[in-house]
Write a protein that binds this ligand. Structure first.
Ligand code: NDP
Length: 246
């Protein structure tokens, strides 16, 4: 059996975060779960605990640096360490730029990009102190290629991969024993399309996902494999696509 780790996940109330929490709890890890929807977090914690696992939650808005600090404090108060911090909260309200959906642009920057930095702010000093840890940052295939309607989303996700690589280099140079993994999923069956505000785009993405998307647990499985690598080895980038996705 692998060692039990303390794993913090943002955006744990649905989709990839939820699936990862369920899989890692089954593998005997201790989960600290953050998101805004308390009811969903409570249901998830109950499910994990009823199945014999360990999990707690903290209502977290990753756009608020103090809220993210509180999530880290929850983990430290409960378990005294943070072995893995998964910066996963994100949204993808695609639309053509001409639609001028400034609110959507800003929300993506605040959640997808600033949220990741807030996670690093909260967890990195703790991991430095421990002389061990791992960041899992959820990027996207959109970090590797851009398509019409996805300019701002791709910019935030490309930013996540750049920040991840800088962090990797810095921590390797510091000899801090901190690993960094950027995971780039493609079409995955989650609630992500529900939050697209442009109706035509929402329908198009939902249709494509209905045809192609793999279950969120596939992404969780890839994350688990990165966590399970021996401490001297880091899987730094993972791209996971449905086999049939072009
Ligand atoms: P979901 O919509 O199912 O999950 C998104 C999660 O982010 C929810 O738990 C939501 O919780 C949380 N979230 C949103 N805003 C905030 C916030 N301000 N503070 C804290 N949590 C927040 O989508 P996915 O599971 O698909 O998304 C997870 C990650 O995967 C995202 O980063 C996304 O960009 C990425 N991704 C997804 C792909 C896909 O096809 N599904 C493909 C590539 C990447 P709540 O609303 O309760 O706060």
């Amino acid at each position: 059996m692998v060692d039990s780790k303390v794993i913090v996940i943002t955006g744990a109330s649905s989709g990839i975060g939820e699936a990862t929490a369920l899989r890692l709890a089954k593998a005997n890890h201790k989960l600290v779960l953050g998101a805004r929807r308390e009811e969903r977090l409570q249901e998830l914690v109950d499910k994990i605990v009823n199945a014999g696992g360990e999990a707690v939650y903290e209502i977290t808005d990753v756009t608020d640096i103090h809220s993210v600090e509180q999530l880290a404090e929850k983990a430290m108060n409960q378990y005294g360490r943070i072995d893995v911090w998964m910066n996963n909260a994100g949204l993808m309200p695609h639309s053509p730029l001409i639609q001028d959906r400034v609110e959507d642009w800003n929300r993506m920057i605040d959640v997808n990009l600033r949220g990741v930095l807030h996670g690093i702010h909260a967890a990195l000093p703790i991991m430095r102190e421990q002389k061990s840890g791992q960041f899992i940052n959820t990027a996207s295939v959109a970090a590797h290629a851009v398509h019409a309607g996805g300019g701002v989303y791709s910019a935030t996700k490309a930013g996540v991969t750049m920040i991840s690589e800088a962090l990797r280099q810095e921590e390797a140079a510091a000899g801090s024993n901190i690993r960094v993994t950027a995971i780039s999923p493609a079409a995955t069956a989650t609630e992500i399309a529900d939050h697209i505000t442009d109706e035509a785009t929402r329908e198009r993405v939902a249709k494509a996902h209905a045809k192609l998307a793999v279950p969120a647990d596939r992404i969780a499985e890839a994350i688990e494999s990165a966590i399970n690598m021996p401490a001297d080895t880091a899987i730094n980038e993972i791209i996971v696509r449905p086999t049939a996705q072009a």
